[in-house]
Design a protein around this ligand. Structure first.
Ligand code: ADP
Ligand code: ZN
Ligand code: MG
Length: 480
């Protein structure tokens, strides 16, 4: 039988506000255990939570970006459960009136499937702490620093049919939140975590199968592996006459397996009730308008504009818009130097190389658009050639603080050599030093020309103007 995979995602995103959702503790990642806590976020009796205004602002920004209806009057609810990572024994969340509903995210997969994933709702809630289990198996150490870090949870409809669609969706969320500046969206640090609900059904069936839920998978690769494993497990179970049990499973990426964790809980298991300590929130039309007007230009919009306005290749535009920081460096530099092509050339040839080979992260790039633009001006004015340009670019890119491109070129004697006589003399001495190659050329092996160019360049320390070298070499070859 042919099976279809059906998936719905619940994605938790930590908002990058300075302070927690209901108290003024820092949200900073790390820190010595239990040092970013206070009586409010550890749920001491008698304390009162107060909603952080920034959290609401960031959340609504996300809701608008994902095309949701913003709930003008929304509320918090208590989700009760006992677990050592939650000292209050309840999590403040939103069940009955989440702040955003009925949105959609448009995706295109690498194999060309374009579709719209419906968003059921987005709610605000607080994160729980972390449990660190002793490697000796005899103790667990709770760290409550993460308690009360603001989260939004984005619940999709069961609209995914392949791992590729899931990854495209997560990449789009990640990019949107990065451009919005509301989250670090680092899956490795847990600031974006995905739960995958998955079921299978015979192709053509209109009913959904029973689903399992895999919690907190923290990389795109792991998600692909988890989906492949779990869908296969369910198919084999059904084909051998078994039934899928609705349960929560843990994906163990090292073992490459999903393992049963607990049976699926229902809303009633949590004894939800309205949070009595926080008044309902009313969101004004002005606020919605203001936050709608403040939406940034997102990656896919930039991509279209770069292709249309600058004639950029789509693949290049994809790379540059893959990071807000790269896109901003590109735009500002282009504005200053007036040459998008040249800016793209240096980003793709040099910066991408540093990112891939040396682990440079776009958010850590310190090169200013001003320096970058001045550098491009120098290359275009023929003061240095492209080869030397790479050396200069690298020095400039990794320099900390003051770096004067002009001074660097002069001090290191890197200016382009365009002296025809000097180049001619050099070529002649290259001929003299390589009589065998000269004979080969005379015998009709014209491919040795490249060797002469290389030797001449080398003799002139890579600084000669390539056009002039080619021109003079052609003349001298005729004289042989
Ligand atoms: P619950 O209230 O039990 O958490 P929801 O209806 O909120 O369940 O669904 C949770 C997630 O599971 C949603 O993302 C939804 O799209 C997805 N989902 C629901 N039913 C299925 C199914 N049969 N197969 C795959 N995903 C499903
Ligand atoms: Zn606190
Ligand atoms: Mg749910």
């Amino acid at each position: 039988m042919n099976w279809e995979i059906v998936m719905g995602l619940e994605v938790h995103v930590e908002l990058s506000t300075k302070t927690k959702i209901f108290c003024s503790c820092t949200t900073e990642f790390g820190g010595a255990p239990n040092t970013h806590c206070c009586p409010v976020c550890t749920g001491m009796p008698g304390t009162l939570p107060v909603l952080n205004e920034k959290v609401l602002e960031y959340a609504v920004k996300a809701g608008i970006a994902l095309n949701c209806d913003i709930t003008r009057y929304n509320k918090f609810d208590r989700k009760n459960y006992f677990y050592p990572d939650l000292p209050k024994a309840y999590q403040i969340s939103q069940l009955y009136l989440p702040f955003a509903r009925d949105g959609h995210v448009d995706i295109t997969t690498p194999s060309g499937v374009s579709k719209s994933i419906r968003i059921h709702e987005i709610h605000m809630e607080e994160d729980a702490g972390k449990l660190i289990h002793s490697p000796y198996g005899d103790a667990t150490f709770p760290d409550y620093n993460r308690c009360g870090v603001p989260l939004i949870e984005i619940v999709s409809e069961p609209d995914f049919r392949s791992a590729e669609e899931v990854v495209a969706y997560l990449a789009k969320l990640k990019s949107s939140f990065e451009y919005l500046g509301i989250s670090d969206v680092k899956m490795e640090e847990g600031s974006m975590r995905a739960d995958v609900n998955l079921s299978v059904r015979p192709y053509g069936s209109s009913e959904f199968g029973t689903r399992t839920e895999m919690k907190n998978i923290n990389s795109f690769k792991a998600i692909e592996r988890a989906i492949a494993f779990e869908s296969q497990r369910q198919i084999e179970l059904l084909e051998s006459g078994g039934t899928v049990v609705q349960e929560t499973r843990r994906w163990d990426d090292n073992k490459g397996k999903s393992l049963a964790m607990r049976s699926k809980e229902n809303a009633q298991d949590y004894r939800y009730f309205p949070e009595p300590d926080i008044p309902p929130i009313s969101i004004s039309e002005e606020m919605i308008k203001e936050l709608t007007d403040a939406q940034p230009e997102f990656a896919h919009e930039k991509l279209e504009r770069y292709v249309a306005d600058f004639g950029m290749a789509k693949a290049d535009a994809e790379i540059i818009t893959s990071s807000k920081h790269l896109a901003s460096l590109f735009e500002k530099t282009t504005e200053l130097c007036g040459n998008p092509k040249e800016t793209v050339y240096w980003i793709l040839s040099q910066i991408m190389y540093f990112m891939n080979e040396r682990g440079v992260l776009p958010e850590n790039i310190t090169l200013s658009p001003e320096k970058f633009a001045r550098f491009i001006g120098i290359v275009l004015s023929d003061r240095i050639n492209r080869q030397t340009g790479k050396t200069v670019f690298e020095a400039m890119f990794f320099a900390d603080g003051d770096f004067d491109v002009e001074k660097y070129i002069v001090e290191n004697n890197l200016e382009q050599v365009d002296d025809t006589d000097l180049i001619r003399e050099t070529i002649k001495s290259v001929f003299a030093a390589n009589p065998k190659t000269v004979e080969q050329y005379k015998a009709g092996q014209t491919k040795v020309t490249g060797f002469f160019v290389g030797q001449t360049m080398k003799a002139l320390k890579g600084k000669a103007k390539p056009d002039t070298v080619n021109k003079v070499l052609t003349e001298e070859l005729k004289n042989l």
